[in-house]
Each structure stands twice: as structure tokens, then as C-alpha cells.
Design a protein. Sequence first.
Length: 334
Amino acid sequence: MSHTNQTLGEFIIENQSSFKYTSGELSRLINSIRLAAKVVNHEVNKAGLVDILGAVGDTNIQGENQQKLDVYANEKFIQTMTKRNIVCGIASEEEDDFVAINSQDENHQNKYIVLIDPLDGSSNIDVNVSVGTIFSVYRRVTPVGTPVTIEDFLQKGNQQVAAGYVIYGTSTMLVYTTGDGVNGFTLNPAIGSFYLSHPNMQFPEDGQIYSVNEGNYIHFPKGIKDFIKYCQKEEEDRPYTSRYIGSLVSDFHRNMIKGGIYMYPKSSKNMNGKLRLLYECNPMAFLAEQANGKASDGFTRIMDIEPTELHERVPFICGSKNMVEKAEEFMRNA
Ligand code: AHG
Ligand code: MN
Ligand code: MN
């Protein structure tokens, strides 16, 4: 049962037994993500102070050597997950190849792999707009006791055991699923604890917001252009409202709460769109479906796509069920 004053730590312990693998490792993994999220949050919050802190000689911040925040976030998440003997490999937007992690005894006993976009929407950092972290968790498919391989990372989204995001916004939240609904936790910065603030999050079935980079309109496929025209048409509940932050996590988060659709279609410039299947689209698709929404490439369910490489891109349409189905209808009929 959920209590509104429940912390994330308490929630993890209380819900551990409802998860089908009950060894507690997944709970410890979520715990490590919670910890890294707090550390990164602290750094993201100071983003505008970089020069000032550098000038007074902060040891970690030295003028031009200042690390980019997405590199910093990458290191923090990898470090935190590496130390715990749970994860055997991590793939990240910031690493060309996956990182293999040996358990302390070097026997490759760790069972989980993690894919991560350490800082999503990072171009928004300089202008004080919300950014996020996206993560996706699988059990390895190669046998325990052997080194992790690329095969462990190229699994379909429907094999995910957990996924979530951290949003560093007006407040910082951690939102995740282990396949039993979606729950959102808000950080109380004074105490440093996440509290269950959004139990059982659900996309409204219909929505009135569409989120797409309309500057690329001219390059979009006909089906997407037709759907955008549909969104703009004068009808009883239309035209819809256009809202695009340019930070997938933030656009998704708003649409899940208010009802809406996010699209990053393919274009004549980017044949597969821009977003990455393994650490952007699949985790968001898992969350969307667990929250009664939908995610598609226009024709196929995102989580049924067979991945072929670590950093592959895919067109992405995600949000309120009826809106995604409408967009798919326009794609089919184009
Ligand atoms: P990242 O910062 O990890 O590279 O991802 C940015 C992504 C996504 O968050 C956002 O919705 C999209 O790129 C914005 O792209 P455009 O600027 O092309 O609209
Ligand atoms: Mn991203
Ligand atoms: Mn990123």
C-alpha cells in the first residue's frame, strides 16, 4: 500500500517482494540510481554558478577544465552502479562501446545490464531549462560466469525489467517502473530524501498537447504532416496546444500528467529520426505502456523492435493512447 509520506527507500523495500526476481539485487540497483541522481542533481543545480565557483578556487571546478555536465553525470552514474556487484555491464550515450564490469571476485556473477542517457536535453542546461537522466535495465542473456557481450545489450524493449527517468526541474523527481505501474518520487532538497508524490501515474487516454520540433515540418513524412494539420484543425476539442521543450524527459513528463503526444519523426535529413532506441525510446516506451500510454515508430510497437546496434536511432511517437493511435492511422493512410 502507498502512503503519501513514504520515502523511495521505504517504497523499494516494501515492494521488493512483488517483483518476480526477489533476490533484492534490482532493489539495490534502483537504490544506487537514487544515490547518483542526488549527486548529479546537486551539480545540475549549480550549473549557472560554474564561473563564480571556479573564480573562488573550488577544487573540483577549474575554469576551462570544467567538465561538461553530461560527462560528469555519465561518470557519476557509472561509478555508483559499478561499486555494487549487481551490474555486469553499462552502455551509455557518452560511451562509444559498452563498459564491462567485473564483479569483485572476477567471476562475472552480476546479472543485470543498464543502458543510460546520463543527461538528456543537455543543450537546455545553459538556459536554465529542465534536463533529465533516462535508464533502462535488463537481465543479461549470456550465462552468469562468462564475460558480458553485446548480445546482452541488444535485447528488445519488451525484455526490460525496469526503466525510469530523473527530471531535474522546478523540483527534482525520480519516476520509474519495474513492470508493475509507474510511480513518481519528489526530492525534498532540505532533507535529501525522495518522497512518493505521484503514485500510479497514468497517461490520460486522450490529450490536447502535441510536442514536436515543428521547425523540421518541411522534412517530415506525409503522415506526420497530416497528423499535425489534424492537431491544428478547428473542431470541438481542437486545435490542440503545441508544447516543445526539446528535452524528451520533460516533454514526456508533462504529457503523462496532462495528456499529450511527443513525436520525433524521421525526416528527409535523418532517415531514422534522432532519438536512440536503447536508452531513450525503449525506457520511455516501457514507462508509457505501464502508465496506460503507447509508444510506436509510426507502424510498430517500439518495444518489439529488434535492435541491431548500441546507438541506433528510431522514429518515436509516444504518449496518450488515442493520440498515438490517431498518428499511426495517419501514417498508414499517407
Ligand atoms: P541529448 O541531450 O541526450 O542529446 O538528447 C536531446 C534529445 C531529446 O531530449 C530532445 O527531445 C531532442 O533531442 C531535441 O532535438 P531537436 O533539438 O532536434 O528538436
Ligand atoms: Mn537524450
Ligand atoms: Mn544525453
